[in-house]
Design a protein around this ligand. Structure first.
Ligand SMILES: [Zn+2]
Length: 351
């Protein structure tokens, strides 16, 4: 499987409200594909590409189904909120981090004049000096700071309040999986591009959206869904895969390698069961792996799409990801494959 595009997407930092870089990479990719009739950017920064019907015969459906495919292109990260008199940065999280995953991380501070490498650590004493009680305590996310190895004057002249900070990590193939930071949701962004790239004939009208600010509450999805006014919505995201040591089997959510998940329910929405069954039927007919999943907590852009205007029939497709919201998110290559092939097959089936 060619993963060059996915790798590029994971190595392009873009936290909520700072999606310019990833949008440019995706825009460039769409232009080179030539698969869309119109490409635009809405006021919030979401990228919207329209592909008109491509029927196989001369008979054109007078009222094609308007489909909204939406993948959020932001990733969890931080914004610089303070630079202290020793040059250390305090950061504000943009998205939900687990503080246990933030110790001793390489980070990238993205400034107007270029990216700076740095390291993130928690305030407090190293193990040699810490008391027994100190060692057991997990600090709050806000207790972590960034050290760019610069003097206070250098830091203050090069870095500004509001500059984004992302955890830095490679994207690599490990066994039958891909491992990187921000597979949530570069996988969804990637699958959406691949699904449309592989489309031949279809009757429906496709509005593909790479949305902003999902990780802080689906903010870009609300406005994009209103603007598109679709008949059907498909949110393309990732979900938990907890089939790992220490987690009871009933809490696994999904199984790595068993195919893309049809999210029956999560903390933000219930998928339209007619759509779940349509996807299952097509998957079976085409021998594409897929699985049902229920995620008790957490949400995604589909919730905003579903509740826009008079309501929209919506489903969430989600790739199983182990170790989610860390720098070692892991996804099975079979699940990546089933994700975009099932989406292509479903689009071809619509009136
Ligand atoms: Zn996500």
């Amino acid at each position: 499987m060619d993963l060059d595009l996915l790798k590029t997407l994971t190595q392009t930092p873009s936290v909520p409200g700072r999606e310019d870089r990833i949008r440019e990479v995706i825009h460039q990719q769409l232009r080179s594909l030539g698969a869309f009739d119109e490409i635009s950017v809405d006021a919030m920064g979401s990228l919207i590409a329209v592909r008109k019907p491509r029927p196989s015969t001369a008979t054109v459906n007078a009222k094609p189904t308007r489909v909204l495919l939406i993948a959020h292109m932001d990733q969890i990260g931080f914004l610089v909120r303070h630079i202290d008199d020793q040059g250390y940065l305090r950061v504000n999280p943009a998205g939900g981090f687990d503080a246990r995953n933030l110790f001793a991380r390489s980070v990238r501070v993205c400034t107007a004049t270029g990216d700076l490498p740095g390291v993130m650590n928690a305030s407090g004493k190293p193990i040699h000096l810490a008391s027994e009680a100190d060692r057991k305590k997990v600090p709050e996310v806000t207790e972590f700071f960034v050290d760019c190895g610069l003097s206070a004057d250098e830091a203050k002249s090069r870095i500004r309040i509001g500059d984004m900070v992302v955890l830095d990590g490679p994207c690599q193939t490990v066994g039958h999986s891909v491992v990187s930071q921000c597979l949530d949701n570069r996988i969804g962004c990637w699958a959406l591009i691949r699904a449309i790239e592989n489309l031949t004939h279809h009757q429906c009208e496709i509005h593909a959206v790479w949305s902003v600010q999902e990780e802080v509450g689906m903010r870009g999805a609300f406005t994009a869904a209103y603007g598109v006014d679709p008949d059907i919505g498909v949110s393309c995201d990732t979900t938990l895969c907890c089939r790992t040591p220490g987690v009871p089997d009933e809490d696994r959510i999904s199984v790595s390698g068993d195919g893309v998940c049809l999210h029956v329910m999560d903390g933000s929405m219930l998928s339209d069961m007619g759509l779940v069954e349509d996807f299952e039927r097509i998957a079976k007919a085409r021998s594409i792996k897929c699985q049902r999943a229920i995620l008790p907590r957490g949400g995604q852009d589909g919730a905003a799409v579903q509740r826009s205007r008079r309501g929209v029939r919506t489903i969430c497709l989600a790739c199983p990801v182990k170790y989610i919201h860390t720098v070692t998110e892991m996804s099975h290559l079979d699940d990546l494959h089933s994700y975009h092939t099932l989406l292509t097959a479903w689009l071809e089936s619509l009136p």
